[in-house]
Structures are given as structure tokens and as C-alpha cells.
Design a protein around this ligand. Structure first.
Ligand SMILES: Cc1ncc(COP(=O)(O)O)c(C=O)c1O
Length: 500
């Protein structure tokens, strides 16, 4: 390839000498030129150079394994990575050409339906793979809306002039707000308040009317990992039905909890064991332990799924229902999920979830011992630790908050997000560490040390000790008494440890 000619025609401003004989990435003219950002370049680049330039851009990102903001898988076994790579060029939707992928999806659906105690099982299990829980939730919401329309028509009412509504807690993930807005459904929120971060059974019934398409409950809040009282909500809705005849379905958003509860809390009643639960979503790419790009929607039975959501194909010689928002998609994630189910089995998932809880508890205890934090997550829930700063144990006035602590930790490479609670409790600031499979206790000990160091630093530079505060106050008072308030510096001359 003649780099010197291309250099002349494509980059007039390029001053680096080109050398045809030197095939060396950082000796190429491209590494001394601006990277194309907004317009496709006329000519291409050698593969190694293009790859290096892009790798360099990516190098500035954070290390995914140190990103404790995310629930999404950041480590998989090399054997599964090989399977993923082998299927990278497979479009899942070409069912006739790649029947094994469809079969594998159906097996995953059946396994999840069985795990969640659905009514239709085995080859009859009803569900689909999706890009994530968000797509799965969109599909389940649409199904609930269509079922409500059917119910209204059956009751002799025209649903077209009516506004359907969905009840949910303010602790929902943003995908629920998207679902209601995209599909023209009124969102009826149960409000939260300080100390109450889930929807509680008593909240729900007062919001229900005949246009309620369903109640969305969460098995693992994004905010603090807590599970809604799903059985309790169902009980309240049973009582409501007895009183009013309104029969309101429930959907369980088990994005995180769907791969935790069956293994860590097998006695918890949250799934299709509750007759009112019509559908469940779960993210394969969270505690399903698969890399990003996979969610699942599972319905109780064929009747629970709105027929008009389903497109039928018979590429495989038998009826293959297709329920997705998108058409083409990769097959790798679905194959990876099947690998994980076969590879780990119940025992493997149970052991991993138990380890995560041990590491989460270890972290929680270390935070409590530091004396600076209060814990906002629960023992039963997603293995994450959500925590806030307390009043300073030595009575310092903190001039920093959770956001500054989060920023400080970034310097050691950790992404420990700070955020505010859901509406009505948004004055509560917190930090959250999601414990994923690849967070060993050894790695956690490094995080603990880095948090201690960060607090020491912030205390030193951004807090005022009681003694300093006293001196400052005395100084100010003295200044006001002895000298006229104007024309004098009110701040004391000695330097404070930080801002004042
Ligand atoms: C409770 C809950 N629901 C839904 C979602 C959206 O899931 P996904 O990222 O798989 O689309 C999340 C993501 O964090 C979540 O925590």
C-alpha cells in the first residue's frame, strides 16, 4: 500500500514523513493526523492503525470490572467467549438457516418458565429472548394493554376513547417510564419517602380503576436492591377484586432478582406461584451472567399473552411465534445464556449468588466499621450495598458529600456512583456498589482500602473540626466586637483544612 501517495491526496495538512517500507503502526502518517470524527474519510487506513487508533480512544474509558455502577456482566469464562465469537456472524432471526439458535432460545425460555413456576412448560412454555429487560418490559406492557383492550371490548366498552393506566412505584427503572410514554399509558406512581423505598401493598388498591392494565412490581430495585412485597401486593389486589370485581394483573420486573431469588431465596413467593402474575422479565445480562445484550420475557401461559403481539412463522416446519420489537439481532447472547444454564446448573448459580452475598456482607461490615456510613440496602435483595454518609463520627463538619466521595474514588479507578433517591425521597443521597460475579473478596479489600483513603483525604481537605469551628466562631465574634465589621477580613488568618 502506497501510504505516501494517499497521504498527499487525503491529508494536505499532514507533515509527518511517510515511508512505504516501514510498516509500523506509530510510524504511519495516520497516527500524526486527526482521526475522522464527523465525515467519512475518502481513503481508509491500514487495519492495524485503525484498530490502534480506536483502541486508544477506548483506553480512556473506565475498566468495566471496576465499574460497580453496573448490574451487567463483566466477566465470562473463555469457553463461553469462544462460543460467543463463533456466533458473531449469526443473525438470530434467520430461523430457517440457524434452527439450532431458535431451539436454544426455546430451551432457555422453557428453563426459565420452569424456574418461575409457569403453567405452560416444556415445549409449550411461552416467552422470548430480547435485547434486555427494557425490550422485555415493553413487550409485556404492550401485552397487558392489549389484554385490557380485549377485556373492555368483551364488557361492551370501546377502549379507544379511554386512557389505560399502569400502577408502579417511583422506584421503577426508567424503562417503565419509556414503556408508558411510548405506548400512551398513564403512569400512576406510588410515592416513596425517606426510609420507604419500595411500593407497599396498601399503596396500590387506591390507585386502581377499571382502566388499570396492571401493576408492575420489582424484584430488586435499581436504587437499593430491595424487593417489593410482591405476595403482599397480590393479596391486596385479591381483596380489591372481592370488593369491586376488578381483576388486575401483575407483572414482575425481575431484571436483577430473577436470577437471584430462585437460588438464594427459594422459599420466597414472588413468581407465577402467585396466580395474579401474568408475566415476568429478567435480564440475562445481569445475574443471568451473560455479557450485555440479553433479556427474557416469560408469560404464565399462552392465554396470558395477547395474541396480537405474536407474529407466526413456520420456517422450522412447525409454528414459531415471534414476539420482538426488533427484527435482526445477534445469536451470541442467547447461546451464551444456554451455556451458563448448562454449565452452572442450580448448584453453580446457588454458589455464585451465595459468594456474592458473602462479599456484599463483608463490604457492608467494613463500611459500618469505618463509622462514616449508614446502609440503605437490605439483607434480602440484590447483592449490592447502597450507603449514605452519616454525621461525622468526630463531629467534623463535612464540606463534602457522596458525590465528592464518588469523584475521589474515580482517581483509584473505581466507579462507585453517587445519586439521589427516587422522587419524593430525592433529598437522600447515596452511593451504590453492585457486587457482580467477578468481585472477589480480595478485590473488595482494595476497594475498602481506597474508600478509607478517600475519606481521610476528604476529611483532611474538606472538613472542619469542632476545634477549628470554635476558633473560627471566636475569631469572627472577636472581630465583630473589637473592630468595625466593614473593611476587615472576617475569615481568620490561620488556614482551614478546606473550604470555609
Ligand atoms: C429493575 C430494573 N428493571 C429494568 C431494567 C432495565 O434492564 P436492561 O438494562 O436489561 O434493559 C433495570 C436495569 O438496571 C433494572 O434494574
Amino acid at each position: 500500500m502506497n501510504l505516501s501517495k494517499r497521504a498527499r491526496t487525503t491529508s494536505p495538512g499532514d507533515t509527518a514523513p511517510a515511508d512505504d517500507t516501514l510498516q509500523y503502526t506509530f510510524a504511519s502518517r495516520q497516527t500524526a493526523s486527526a482521526i475522522p470524527k464527523y465525515v467519512i474519510p475518502n481513503n481508509g487506513e491500514p487495519a492495524a492503525v485503525a484498530a490502534q487508533l480506536i483502541r486508544d480512544e477506548r483506553m480512556l474509558d473506565r475498566n468495566p470490572r471496576m465499574n460497580l455502577a453496573s448490574f451487567v456482566t463483566t466477566w465470562m469464562e473463555p469457553e463461553c467467549e469462544a462460543l460467543i465469537k463463533e456466533a458473531l456472524n449469526v443473525n438470530f432471526v434467520d430461523m430457517e438457516q440457524y434452527p439450532s439458535c431458535t431451539e436454544i432460545q426455546n430451551r432457555c425460555v422453557a428453563i426459565l418458565a420452569d424456574l418461575y413456576h409457569a403453567e405452560d412448560l416444556g415445549a409449550k412454555a411461552v416467552g422470548t429472548g430480547a435485547i434486555g429487560s427494557s425490550e422485555a418490559i415493553m413487550l409485556c406492557t404492550l401485552s397487558m394493554k392489549m389484554k385490557w383492550q380485549q377485556r373492555m371490548r368483551a364488557a361492551g366498552k370501546d377502549p379507544s376513547g379511554l386512557k389505560p393506566n399502569l400502577i408502579m412505584g417511583h422506584n421503577v427503572q426508567v424503562c417503565w417510564e419509556k414503556a408508558t410514554r411510548y405506548f400512551e399509558i398513564e403512569d400512576r406512581f406510588v410515592h416513596l419517602e425517606e426510609g420507604k423505598y419500595t411500593l407497599t401493598p396498601a399503596d396500590v388498591a387506591p390507585l386502581v380503576d377499571e382502566n388499570t392494565i396492571g401493576v408492575a412490581v420489582i424484584l430488586g430495585s435499581t436504587y437499593n436492591g430491595e424487593f417489593d412485597d410482591i405476595a403482599g401486593v397480590a393479596k391486596e389486589l385479591d381483596a380489591l377484586q372481592e370488593r369491586t370485581g376488578l381483576d388486575v394483573p401483575m407483572h414482575v420486573d425481575a431484571a436483577s432478582g430473577g436470577f437471584i431469588a430462585p437460588f438464594s431465596y427459594p422459599d420466597l413467593v414472588w413468581d407465577f406461584k402467585i396466580p395474579r402474575v401474568v408475566s415476568i422479565n429478567v435480564s440475562g445480562h445481569k445475574y443471568g451472567l451473560v455479557y450485555p445484550g440479553l433479556g427474557w420475557a416469560i408469560w404464565r401461559n399462552a392465554e396470558a399473552l395477547a395474541e396480537s403481539l405474536v407474529f407466526h412463522t413456520n420456517y422450522l416446519g412447525s409454528d414459531q411465534p415471534s414476539i420482538t420489537l426488533n427484527f435482526s439481532k445477534g445469536a451470541s447472547a442467547i447461546i451464551a445464556q444456554y451455556y451458563m444454564l448448562v454449565r452452572l446448573g442450580r448448584d453453580g448459580y446457588t454458589r455464585i449468588m451465595a459468594n456474592l452475598r458473602i462479599v456484599a456482607d463483608h463490604f457492608e461490615q467494613a463500611l459500618v466499621r469505618m463509622g462514616h456510613f449508614k446502609i440503605l440496602s437490605k439483607k434480602v435483595g440484590v447483592p449490592l450495598v447502597a450507603f449514605s454518609l452519616t454525621d461525622h463520627p468526630l463531629g467534623h463538619k463535612r464540606m463534602y458529600d457522596e458525590f465528592q466521595l464518588s469523584d475521589k474514588l474515580k482517581e483509584s479507578g473505581w466507579v462507585l456512583p453517587a445519586y439521589t433517591m427516587a422522587p419524593n425521597a430525592e433529598h437522600v443521597k447515596l452511593l451504590r456498589a453492585v457486587i457482580r460475579e467477578d468481585m472477589s473478596r480480595a478485590l473488595m479489600d482494595h476497594l475498602i482500602d481506597d474508600i478509607k483513603r478517600a475519606i481521610e483525604y476528604l476529611d483532611h481537605h474538606l472538613s472542619i473540626t469542632p476545634k477549628q469551628l470554635q476558633e473560627y466562631e471566636a475569631d469572627v465574634i472577636e472581630g465583630l466586637v473589637k473592630k468595625p465589621p466593614f473593611g476587615r477580613r472576617l475569615a481568620p488568618s490561620k488556614s482551614f483544612k478546606g473550604v470555609c
